[in-house]
Design a protein around this ligand. Structure first.
Ligand SMILES: [Zn+2]
Length: 150
């Protein structure tokens, strides 16, 4: 488990907590070199729900795919690699917390949007513009207008 700050390879566990259903284990760790603390989420792969794709069919939940979408939305925003990782972690934890066997890709999109909205409005809008369907375009426009007047 590499340190998020200095890349140090050794750390000690300060606190361990199981998130709902025990499918995700959150650990607070302290780096042995720089002594900074960071959080890791470890999950039991099997407990992730199968993703129902919007066009039909199913696929396994993919952290890589999720990361790609989030990093794309966060491009050139003051979020950084670490911030992206944190968002992805929290999305994963939220999915695992649902304790369901299937989840739609829309539901995942909604969770991501919720997390992004709290972190960075521009990243949120970028992500939303990719994920939201055309039916939602009006509410999306309204949201854009709201952002412009900030
Ligand atoms: Zn460190």
């Amino acid at each position: 488990m590499k340190c998020n700050f200095c890349g140090g390879e050794s750390s000690s566990v300060v606190e361990t907590r199981k998130l709902d259903g025990g499918s995700v284990i959150r650990r607070r760790r302290q780096c042995s070199s720089c002594e900074k603390r960071f959080t890791t989420y470890e999950k039991m792969r099997k407990s992730f729900p199968t993703v129902l794709k919007s066009g039909g069919g199913t696929e396994d939940f993919s952290r890589e795919k999720l990361s790609k979408g989030v990093s794309k939305a966060c491009e050139k925003r003051p979020i950084g690699e670490e911030g992206v990782k944190e968002i992805v972690d929290s999305v994963e934890a939220a999915i695992a917390d649902k304790n369901v066997t299937t989840i739609s890709s829309e539901e995942i999109g909604e969770i991501v949007m919720e997390k992004l909205k709290a972190v960075d409005q521009v990243a949120y809008v970028r992500f939303a513009s990719v994920y939201r369907s055309f039916e939602d375009l009006n509410s999306f426009r309204e949201e854009l207008e709201e952002l412009k007047t900030d």
